[in-house]
Design a protein around this ligand. Sequence first.
Ligand code: FAD
Length: 492
Amino acid sequence: TEKREAPVLIIGSGYGGAVSALRLCEAGKKVIMLEMGLNWEKAGIPFSNLLKPGKSAAWLKKKSIAPFMNIFSLTPFTGTLDRLDFDHINIWVGRGVGGGSLVNGGMAVTPKESYFREVFPDLDAEQFYSFYFPLVQKELKVNVIDEQFLQECPYYKFTRVGEEEAHKAGFKTIRVPNVYDFKYMEKEFRNEVPRSALNTEVIYGNNHGKNSLDKTYLRKALETGNLEILDLHHVQNMKLNDDKTYTVSAHHIDTSGNIIADKTFTCKKLILAAGTMGTLQLLLRSNAVNGFPLHEKVGKNWGNNGNFMTGRNWVKPLSGGTGSKQSTIPVGGVDNWEDKEHPFFTEIAPLPMGMDVATALYLLINRVEKKGEVAFDKTRDILTLKWDESNTVKMRENAKYFVRKMNTANGGTRSHFLFNNGFGADICYHPLGGCVLGEATDRYGKVKNHDNLYVLDGSLIPGTIGVNPFVTITAIAEYCIENLIRQNEFAL
Ligand code: FAD
């Protein structure tokens, strides 16, 4: 076993990890970051697109794992997209240096202030809306599509049709900002640069255009000279030592998933940023394996951010459906949040399958009326999730209401093409909570019952935020790390 010491260790290179790394490195701290996925930039391996899944398509699996249409066999490789299967829900996550930013749709949505206040009654909302949200929009390079380009580009027919139909049905639509560089996309369309969003690249990585974390926070952090990122380092568990330091055990793997070395890292300060499910797995598994101290609130207050997928078939069949060519980057949404009976937000999602399947796809984001709970089964060595149909009753009701209203106004049927019964209740892209700010941690993310352990990722958000979550995750991480540094938590 190879042994190393580090003053500050961060596990995971997604939003929470990248923010923590940058701010600590700027403050002059030496940081080591362990990431189980591959450093794609360094490896120089291109990402594959939706129509031709290759190396980047799946985390060590023999078959692709897109939400639909998995007909492709693969040679297992440490790809960017992983799916965690539970009894009643499947959760997709990103793997690699950059975490979820490599595979996500880049939708950069600031939550509604009223809902943010409801979800985080103890935070100073004014400070978030005047400082942290603008800060992360700048750091993440958030921009908005040019309206004329959207109206003219054939690749956005699905958005134009979706918005037109929503208006006819009496819904309000909104423009959704993104981290994908829309000026780059315009050049793609004019064939001046290699195509990415217009070449069905997204959930297996974008070769161009998308400002994922490796191009923003992580690049800046590396430029300080204080950050070392070790990729293909899969952390197995953590141990609390008598002197209150931590020893972290990791497998160094190759791109086929074989273990090439066992490593241990001893650190004074440990930041967990392995994403909601990754962080919960590390905490609960370490507790099962070596009695790692846990607070009773760890695992509690978990939610799917109200994710509920649905679709409609034969959208305007006579006018040519939603288009055979579609950009992978969503820019439109239906905002029904103010409706007291049926509050939801839904993304007008692309379905770029290389042909016109006359199907409209929607990812609804609802309130989470009934939260779930994450635990660990020691005998089977797996995370378990207390979550079933009873947790999604209201989400299904909202989806039914939405689809019915859209179909009444525009024609169409529920999409049996995509889902059993027309609904995808079990599809989750936004796992949140389980290590909630102020419940399992103090008000800045320091884990209760510990002196040198912090959680800074999606697990801090109590299961719901009403919109796509990464802008909020990034802002909360900025807020926490700034205050932790100010309190001299990292004065070593
Ligand atoms: P993550 O970004 O998940 O990062 C955690 C990192 O830790 C990963 O790189 C992981 O490999 C690593 N890790 C985990 N366990 C270990 C371990 N044991 N050892 C070492 N490393 C480990 N959100 C939006 O706001 N807008 C969108 O448009 C959007 N689209 C999405 C589309 C898809 C297909 C998916 C899957 C998600 C999408 N999301 C979107 C959600 C968003 O990507 C996540 O909410 C976000 O990435 C979570 O950030 P995080 O910092 O909590 O952790």
